[in-house]
Design a protein around this ligand. Structure first.
Ligand code: 1HE
Length: 260
């Protein structure tokens, strides 16, 4: 399959990691309708060999958000449908077949931050900055940001970002929870790929539980959460792969946990 402005490659001996790269650097990887449709299609059709994915952006910026040139002619109904289209595409990223790691650098703004927040792990380099310029452009988030971003940083911080145009630098972004990893300039992709290869070694059922059970449990009250957790724990530990991994540890064939 070939797409415009986005590249799909595979890494690893069995193509365990899909690398999805925005290649529209001249427009700072701004997301037009074609790119959103391509993202959706890529995540809907990943081959079964793939166990983890990395999303990256060409050039100096990860993503400048919505392609503002497409917004000029839309009426209210079209705007609603457009936002719903983003929801579907970014849901395929978040709730697709495999964990996704975002390699962030430069601008991670507007819809770019919405895309990053649909990923499961965010690795930022020192050049990264985060903003929600929707507030200044007279619009609102439409790519799921109001649901996902407060889960990372809280409603108060997101409100501040949109009301005042506040820009967080890379260090402060990591401090408040926009990224889980902070690395030197130019190293976000290398670190993201290293993490993806590590994630790809997990039992697929464990990764599934982390992507699909954990976020639901976090939304449930404690009583329901404990029950869902027990169900997921029972299913995961009964899988043959789990039995073999535990046996390998007990027989001294598996790695111990090491101090970092
Ligand atoms: C764009 C876009 C874009 C750049 N749509 N064309 N997002 C924003 O409000 C962010 C807007 N962009 C910027 O603030 C800056 O471009 C950056 C900080 C990201 C990068 O600055 P810089 O100096 O490296 O690049 P530039 O010169 O501003 O832009 C280079 C080109 O990309 C230029 O086009 P050119 O034809 O004049 O070369 C820009 O017009 C173009 N460009 N960003 C369209 N976003 C689901 S709802 C989500 C809602 C949102 O995401 S709103 C936030 C939109």
């Amino acid at each position: 399959m070939s797409f415009t402005d986005i590249q799909l490659e595979y890494h690893g001996e069995q193509s365990q990691v899909a690398i999805i790269r925005l290649t529209r650097a001249a427009k700072r990887n701004a997301l037009n309708d074609g790119l959103i449709a391509a993202l959706r299609q890529i995540f809907e059709t990943l081959p079964a060999t793939v166990r983890a994915a990395v999303i990256d952006g060409d050039g100096e910026h990860f993503c400048a958000g919505l392609d503002l040139s497409e917004l000029q002619e839309r009426d209210a109904g079209q705007g609603l449908m457009h936002s719903r289209g983003w929801h579907t595409a970014l849901d395929r990223v978040q709730s697709g077949p495999v964990p996704v790691i975002a390699a962030l650098h430069g601008a991670v703004v507007g819809g770019g931050l919405e895309l990053a927040s649909a990923c499961h792990i965010r690795v930022a380099d020192d050049t990264t900055f985060y903003a929600l310029p929707e507030g200044s452009r007279g619009i609102f988030v439409g790519g799921g940001g109001s649901v996902r971003i407060p889960k990372l940083i809280g409603v108060a911080r997101m409100t501040d970002m949109m009301l005042t145009g506040r820009v967080y630098n890379a260090a402060d972004g990591e401090r408040i929870g926009l990224a889980q990893y902070l690395v030197p300039a130019g190293q976000a992709f290398t670190k993201a790929l290293e993490l993806a290869l590590r994630v790809a070694q997990n039992a697929p059922l464990t990764n599934y539980a982390l992507m699909h059970a954990l976020p639901r449990i976090a939304e449930q009250n404690a009583d329901h959460g404990f029950f869902t957790e027990a169900m997921m724990a029972g299913i995961a530990q009964s899988a043959p792969e789990a039995k073999e991994r535990v046996r390998a540890f007990l027989e001294g064939r598996a790695a111990k946990v090491q101090k970092s």
